[in-house]
Design a protein around this ligand. Structure first.
Ligand SMILES: [Zn+2]
Length: 266
């Protein structure tokens, strides 16, 4: 969902609710951070009730190991222990992160993300959506359009429980499973790719592995996961990543020099 720039500017002026993303883009943010955290945590509980959590402790430990390297790089979340990281048994090649310190990975992702660095590329991308507050922006943009009146109703406490949670899930990027799709925009995807690359590199994962990961994904022909569902096209995405890899590589080499190369094994 994109809204006309003049409308964004007017709404920003009227509500004084604009911020700037880590990549320097103006964003409408109508919902307080703590409310987004509550929404994220509620959505995560709902997913836990609906999707089996893996019983494979090796996979859970592998994913937790990767998350435990990435999470401390998230500057504005001071306590890494607040994060909950779970692996769900599901064939879809997908993962997600939610406000309220939640990360979910589906077992199907491991078919395409072949090593720790490739899993870290996906996780970094998902955590980047949270850092850049894309969920808040999506729900806010919805609220600022006619279609968003429904979401405004939700925020104000109207609607049924099921309607509410489906819309909130859609705002957080999880709607596909629930019949409502609000794809992340091209600008959100590009930002998440670039911020994610920096995160994984600082965490001691090889940023160059992001390229074969996205190539595996685009050639897979599998049901498109969140990060393949919208523009940019895979060629554009890979070109943008390649332009940023030299800068990310400096951070990665620093991490390696300090003995912080990641060592997560399945
Ligand atoms: Zn994404």
């Amino acid at each position: 969902m994109t809204i006309p720039r003049y409308l964004l500017t007017l709404t920003c002026l009227a509500l004084l609710s604009c911020t700037t993303s880590p990549e320097g883009r103006k964003q409408l943010q109508l919902i307080p951070d703590d409310q987004m955290d509550v929404m994220g945590a509620q959505s995560f509980e709902q997913i836990k009730q609906q999707t089996p959590i893996t019983k494979d402790q090796n996979i859970q430990q592998y994913i937790s190991c990767i998350a435990n390297k990435i999470i401390p790089q998230v500057a504005q979340k001071p306590d890494p222990k607040q994060w909950e990281v779970l692996v769900f048994e599901d064939e879809q090649a997908n993962a997600f992160a939610l406000p309220g310190y939640k990360i979910g990975v589906y077992t199907g992702l491991l078919k395409y993300a072949k090593n720790q660095d490739q899993v870290a590329a996906v996780m970094g991308h998902e955590v980047a959506h949270v850092i850049a507050k894309h969920g808040n922006e999506r729900v806010s943009n919805q609220m600022a359009t006619e279609a968003g009146l429904t979401i405004a109703t939700v925020i104000l406490g109207g609607g049924t429980q099921d309607e509410n949670s489906a819309l909130i899930l859609a705002g957080l990027g999880l709607g596909a499973q629930y019949g409502i799709i609000l794809p992340f925009s091209r600008s959100h995807e590009s930002e998440a790719d670039l911020i994610g690359l920096d995160l994984m590199a600082k965490a001691g994962f090889d940023p160059a592995q992001s390229v074969p990961l996205w190539q595996n994904m685009s050639q897979s022909g599998a049901a498109p996961p969140e990060f393949m569902s919208t523009h940019p096209s895979s060629d554009t995405r890979i070109k943008q990543l390649q332009e940023r890899i030299p800068a990310a590589n400096i951070a990665y080499q620093e991490a390696v020099k300090k003995g912080q190369r990641a060592n997560c094994k399945l």
